[in-house]
Design a protein around this ligand. Sequence first.
Ligand SMILES: Nc1ncnc2c1ncn2[C@@H]1O[C@H](COP(=O)(O)OP(=O)(O)OP(=O)(O)O)[C@@H](O)[C@H]1O
Length: 257
Amino acid sequence: MTVPAIRFDRLGQTFITRSGPTEALRNVSFEVGRHEFLAILGPSGCGKSTLLRMIAGLLAPTVGSLQVFGHPVTEPRDDIGIVFQKPTLLPWADVEDNVLFPARHKHGRVSAQERERARDLLAMVGLESSARRMPDELSGGMQQRVGIARALLMDPDILLMDEPFSALDALTREVMGFDLLRIFSERPKTVVFITHSVSEAALLADRVLVMTGRPGTVLTDVPVPVCRPRGPETANERAIHELTAYLRDLLLNRQAA
Ligand SMILES: Nc1ncnc2c1ncn2[C@@H]1O[C@H](COP(=O)(O)OP(=O)(O)OP(=O)(O)O)[C@@H](O)[C@H]1O
């Protein structure tokens, strides 16, 4: 039996705050297979970012268990990369040095191979000619590409993405999504991708997990019945239209209830 990359088993998370306990997640069970792309949809505050923080080892579950490659998560792991909503680049470092930050942070220096890898990654995200530019000289989409290259520097097995394209305009967002799929086709990764966009989830993911409102739990987990490679034309496929309509109804009805 193959070990899943990520496995949540009846996991719960309750935060204790000054105003009392907040039950953020309840009885969450699901798995993500190796090199699978899972999108997570759910209402605001249902615990999506909390799930990512737990996978990243930044927060321990209150009850239940979480395993990464068959082992409990006890601390932040090197083999997990994170892309946030905003790329939070170092303003005083140029693009290449921002991409190299994880290596410098880990061993206090950067090897020639890591520098070469940073250049390869910048080429992969279409920024080879911007290596010496400073973050404030870049557009939002370019900054987000630097954040993606940085998350890939240490070649993580797992990539966690928390609404990575939400600050971008619709067209850039679509282009970036398909760029991401091309990058993963060259360098497969296990991806957990949080989004509020139903169509983005359907177009990019292998599976879409829908969560209920707080306390968040898994409402449904649906496969995306469309093969790869995918591109802008995928949006015209009937299966995508049907899935998008189904997911939208589900979310709207839950919200109305
Ligand atoms: N450190 C914390 N202390 C107390 N409560 C927290 C903490 N982190 C998250 N919460 C609460 O847990 C719940 C889930 O938060 P989380 O950020 O995971 O939701 P989300 O689904 O990612 O929301 P959004 O879609 O708005 O980004 C919220 O009610 C939030 O207020």
